[in-house]
Ligand binder design. Structure first.
Ligand code: NAG
Length: 180
């Protein structure tokens, strides 16, 4: 477990070093891209709950739950791992424990973002390995994220004083707009 925490902290430190919020513009039919990090701030049993405990396998820990567990969260999103950093929106997530060792999860999430530049939602879906960075597919978006494509990397959860933090890195693109 100590090793896992050390790894997670290391990943967080790396993220701090590489906070990228940048985009390339769409001009003359070029693909437009946007990469950024988001941090899901969770307080277990306050902003997130196990609504159904699974049937078999391992117990509930920071990174495991019994097979079939359903866990729902409605958490704040921040620009940095620090809970007091800028709020960028909220995320509604359903986690379903999908492996017998409790270490894999199906994730369904809707990120609702409101920043000074952009407003809209991004929906993602995918299978996540709880202790490894895992890519999940961006299904689409609304508002300023309409027609968005790409993926998000889910990084392992990190325990902090106030609760837990789930870091994400988004790699988004929009298809070129064809000029007639
Ligand atoms: C975003 O990441 C992708 C994949 O690594 C890269 O191709 C693209 O150039 C990046 N865009 C920006 C604006 O950094």
């Amino acid at each position: 477990m100590a090793t896992f925490f050390q790894q997670s902290l290391f990943v967080l430190l790396l993220l701090h070093a590489h906070q990228v919020v940048s985009s390339t513009p769409d001009h003359h039919g070029l693909i437009r891209t946007l990469n950024f990090s988001l941090f899901q701030q969770q307080v277990p049993n306050k902003t997130a709950f196990i609504v159904l405990t699974g049937v078999t396998g391992v117990g509930v820990s920071l990174t495991t739950a019994p097979f079939g567990t359903i866990y729902l969260a409605n958490d704040r999103l921040t620009a940095e791992s620090n809970a007091s950093s800028e709020t960028l929106g909220t995320v509604q997530v359903a986690f379903l424990t999908s492996s017998m060792d409790g270490l894999q999860t199906m994730l369904f999430a809707n990120f609702i973002l409101k920043t000074k530049d952009r407003e809209g939602s991004i929906s993602v879906f995918g299978g996540v390995k709880n202790t490894e960075p895992s890519p999940v597919q961006v299904l689409g978006g609304t508002g300023d994220f309409m027609h968005v494509q790409g993926y998000a990397t889910c990084l392992p959860v990190v325990q902090v004083d106030a609760g837990v933090v789930f870091p994400y890195e988004f790699f988004l693109s929009w298809p070129p707009i064809r000029k007639r």
